[in-house]
Structure formats: structure tokens, C-alpha cells
Design a protein around this ligand. Structure first.
Ligand SMILES: [Zn+2]
Length: 356
């Protein structure tokens, strides 16, 4: 077999080279570099991948995004942790970034995507509060200033076909057309759909291929929304969610708990719970940048809801969910994620000093 292959090789190489050149020429014309971000993987990251590893069509599009794999020394369960499903909800983005930079996994696997909808990360969709910035700046303990994008709720308009009059989810429900660009209305996505549907589809491919057991999607709402400080749980995840909220309450974090509603299709907690074996959760902290009543929101240092406090709420909730997931599945299935500092130290301190 080998000898036969060798004889054929020179001719095939010529054909392959010609084919490759024509592909390169075509893809140079249309290739898009996905937005890049200042993320500095720490000791806990064992491998970096791309979302396009799970759906090759996403490569060279603004929907591609880095994925950070954090494998512990011992086997256990697998967490998929999502930030930036909505790119203006920066506490989720920064909580995921902090896990990548400082987190350590001793058991199981944690898969982190800080910019889940990367098309939305460098986009201002015009519905954002006028006072919100395009970037936030955080100062590290060495005095370095680092910048992080403040994006939008929706996929950039130029990245997909014009919005339909109404967006009809394949599993039911009709919502305003612009929601066709809302990643958290498009799950479980489509392989050959819009960019937003492809991002979703790739996430579901990842969940299947990596055997994801827990999905946590980190969001923010306006400060006065009923969603602020909410933990939304798929019905199979309600018991773990209830135990987690009790733990958090004893720690001074009052999260409300809500079950994912059957009739609202396309949301991560609904569709990951329905289409995978994972326990699916969505966490909401209050972001002053989403509050219309606040004219010049300070999305980092707001005295009522500082970014470090919101990141604390997210990461403390992740811990409470993982602890109680561990009680449910037993010692062999646990997922242990830790930090070289106490999470409580985030409260009242500058987030930048915890980054690398
Ligand atoms: Zn959101």
C-alpha cells in the first residue's frame, strides 16, 4: 500500500498545490480576522483551541473565537463556561477572563469561552446605552493598564443577512427580527445557517464531543430588571440550582432562582438542557451600563454594582453550582476549580489587580 501511495505522490502533490492555491486566493478575498482580545492564559490552561475546531466553516469569520481548555490532573466532569454571549454584559466576559488567567483545575475539565459571540464583541449595535464605552480599562497590580472591549448584545449587522421582519425559531416562537442576531435566541443553531446560528451549532458540537456535563452562561441585566441577581435553571438543573442558591445565601449573595420556560426557545439554559445531557444554568448580575435611568454609567466603578463585585457574584455562583454538582454525581465526577486568592477578596477591590 505504501509503495503504491509513494508512486502517486508527485502527481497528487501538483494537483493538491494547485487546489490549495486557488482556495488560498478565494479565502484571502473573503477572510475575516476574528476580533482579538488581551487574554493572558495562566497555569491552568492546558490547551487553546478555536470554536472553528468544532465547525470548520467558522474559520476566518468574525464568529470564530478562542476556547481555553483547562484539564485537571484527575478525571472528573466537564464544565462549559460561557462569557460574552451578550458582549455588552462585561461581568461575564471578565469572570471568564479571570478564570483563564488565574484559575486552576484540580479535577475534571473546565472549558472557557470568554467571547462566545465574538462578532458582537467589537460592535456597537446602536441600542447600547449612549454613555457606555467601547473599551474599559483596568490597572493590574504592576500598574499596567489593560483594555477590554465593551461590545453589543447582537451579532454585527454586517456579519449576516439583513434581519427578517420577524424571527421565527425553528422550534417555535416568533420574536422581533433583530433577534436573528441574538445568540441567546438561536440555540441549538444550524450548521449551514446564519453566522449566529453557526456559532450556536459549534457550541453544541463542542458540548457533544467534549461530553459537557454542566453549562453556565454568564449574563448581565439592567440594575432594575427583575432578572438582576437571577439564576435560571433548566428543569433538570433545578435541584442543583436550589442547593447552590442556599449556599450563596449563607455567603451573603441573594440570588433568585427561576426555571427555564418551555415556550421561550433558543435560550442556552433551555436548549443545552433539552439537547444535551448537561445541567444548564444562566446567571445574571446587574450592569449599570444597561440601565436607561443612569445617564453616565460607570460600568467598572459604580458604587452600587462595581465590576469586581459582579465578577465575584458570577465566580462564587460557578463554585456553588460545581460544589453541588459534585454532591449529586459523587467523588469521581467532580469538577474542582480554584484560584490562588480567596474569591471574597474581589469584593471592594480593583478587578485589574487580580488579572495577570
Ligand atoms: Zn444577556
Amino acid at each position: 500500500m505504501n509503495g503504491h501511495k509513494k508512486e502517486q505522490r508527485p502527481r497528487r502533490t501538483v494537483f493538491r498545490l494547485a487546489a490549495t492555491l486557488s482556495i488560498v486566493c478565494v479565502s484571502v478575498a473573503f477572510a475575516v480576522d476574528p476580533a482579538s482580545h488581551d487574554i493572558r492564559p495562566g497555569y491552568g490552561v492546558t490547551e487553546t483551541r478555536w470554536l472553528s475546531d468544532y465547525l470548520p466553516e467558522l474559520a476566518n469569520t468574525s464568529g470564530d473565537t478562542p476556547i481555553y481548555m483547562m484539564r485537571g490532573e484527575s478525571e472528573g466532569g466537564t464544565l462549559l463556561l460561557l462569557g460574552g454571549t451578550h458582549a455588552n454584559e462585561i461581568a461575564g466576559v471578565m469572570a471568564a477572563t479571570l478564570v483563564v488567567e488565574r484559575g486552576a483545575v484540580s479535577q475534571g475539565t473546565v472549558i472557557v469561552i470568554p467571547h462566545t459571540n465574538n462578532s458582537a464583541a467589537q460592535y456597537n449595535d446602536g441600542t447600547r446605552h449612549p454613555g457606555t464605552p467601547d473599551w474599559i480599562e483596568l490597572t493590574t497590580s504592576s500598574g499596567e493598564k489593560r483594555q477590554f472591549r465593551y461590545g453589543s448584545r447582537l451579532t454585527a449587522m454586517e456579519d449576516q443577512d439583513p434581519d427578517p421582519g420577524m424571527f421565527v425559531h425553528p422550534l417555535g416562537g416568533e420574536i422581533p427580527g433583530q433577534e436573528a442576531r441574538n445568540l441567546n435566541r438561536n440555540h441549538p443553531g444550524k450548521a449551514h445557517g446564519t453566522l449566529t446560528e453557526q456559532i450556536s451549532y459549534a457550541l453544541f458540537q463542542l458540548a457533544a464531543q467534549e461530553g459537557v456535563d454542566v453549562v453556565i452562561d454568564m449574563h448581565e441585566s439592567s440594575t432594575t430588571s427583575r432578572l438582576a441577581y437571577m439564576l435560571v435553571c433548566h428543569q433538570r438543573a433545578m435541584e442543583i440550582g436550589a442547593m447552590a442558591t442556599l449556599d450563596l445565601e449563607m455567603d451573603g449573595i441573594a440570588l433568585k432562582q427561576e426555571v427555564s420556560r418551555e415556550e421561550f426557545r433558543g435560550l442556552s439554559h433551555r436548549e443545552f438542557g433539552d439537547h444535551t445531557d448537561a445541567f444548564a444554568f444562566l446567571v445574571e448580575t446587574p450592569n449599570p451600563g444597561q440601565e436607561d435611568a443612569i445617564e453616565h454609567p460607570d460600568v467598572v466603578n459604580d458604587p452600587e454594582a462595581p465590576l469586581s463585585g459582579r465578577v465575584h457574584t458570577h465566580l462564587r455562583t460557578v463554585k456553588a453550582i460545581l460544589d453541588n454538582y459534585g454532591f449529586t454525581v459523587g467523588p469521581d465526577g467532580k469538577i474542582e476549580l480554584g484560584y490562588p486568592f480567596s474569591l471574597d477578596a474581589l469584593k471592594g477591590n480593583d478587578l485589574g489587580t487580580f488579572l495577570r
